[in-house]
Design a protein. Sequence first.
Length: 375
Amino acid sequence: MLNHYPIRNLGFILCAVLFSFGCKKESGSKTAALVPVVPQYNTPGQPYQLGFYEVESKGIKELQTIVSKVGDKPVNFEMTFDTGSGGLVLDAQGILPTSMISTTGFAFSGDSTTVNGITITNQTTFISYGADNSTLSKVFGNLAYADVMIGDNNGNITIRRLPFFLYYKAIDASGTVYPAHKFDVMGVSSAYDVTFANKAYITSPFFYFDPGPGLTRGFKIAALGMDNFSAHGTYVPAVTLGLTADDLGSGGFKMMPLVQVDDDGYATMVQGTVGYNNKNFSTSLIFDSGTYPYYYLEDPNWTDTPGLLKPGTHVQVSTDAGFTFSYIATPNMNPTMVENPASVKGSVSVISLNFFLHNEYLLDFDHHQLGLKND
């Protein structure tokens, strides 16, 4: 499954579920480096190292992180690690008693109930996934709160009373119900996946992580390279929680301010320019680890139906802050879809997981800024 996770209320849908390019999560044990379990905080002033599994199945790459406890319930859920959305989105199957879950909602009365250390509120909504009516999927659920352990024995943190989206049903455009945990996502963006009627919202679990004295709330992702993707997933401690003064100053990142949008938080979009075939256009850019393998370029001068760039096309991406990178569009490694934003009712160019193979990424929650760095 190819996912673009949505940022709501911005006049566009980033989320495209294109089922002709199937990506199935593989079950089974993970291949893990021998990293000891570490406490919630490292040495004061030192960032905390966390990781994810680099998975490749049938030519599709994905980053997966583990949720190993929700409330009082030990679990082992593989979550898509997604920089393009903000918030934990988790299926209730395997967490709540089956008697509480139906295709029409959770069975309880009153404003809220607590089961297995998980508080489920009566605040309900749905999240839409899809580029148009033919690909539209919806995930239905409730605002919930629980202590959530992110990670496993290779390194983990526990976020106390984390607000998250607990869902009871996900359906495709025809109304067919998806299998359990099909849409499990850990969105680490500072955007809000959902804002509820009572103004509560869900956003990156890392937003709630206190890295300790002398550090800024936020995280960075090291360049991933090509060598660690495997069928059952190879653990790579590529995420650093807690940013140092060097990270934000002399670390070589190009820093870009983020704009707050009502009810959507600080969306991780920046302004820039894309060039190919001797032409350039301005666009909003989002760097989305939850999208693979396609790049999506929203070219206002594109006159054809949406289509792929010819193999061998050189593409250069530049942000207004001066960060640049380039790639060659190829069918296997960097397939690039070009669309006219007016025809698809979109305006944001999506930079895929391939970007993270050779570049570093930083998100600063305290100062609302995004950093990018060539490896």
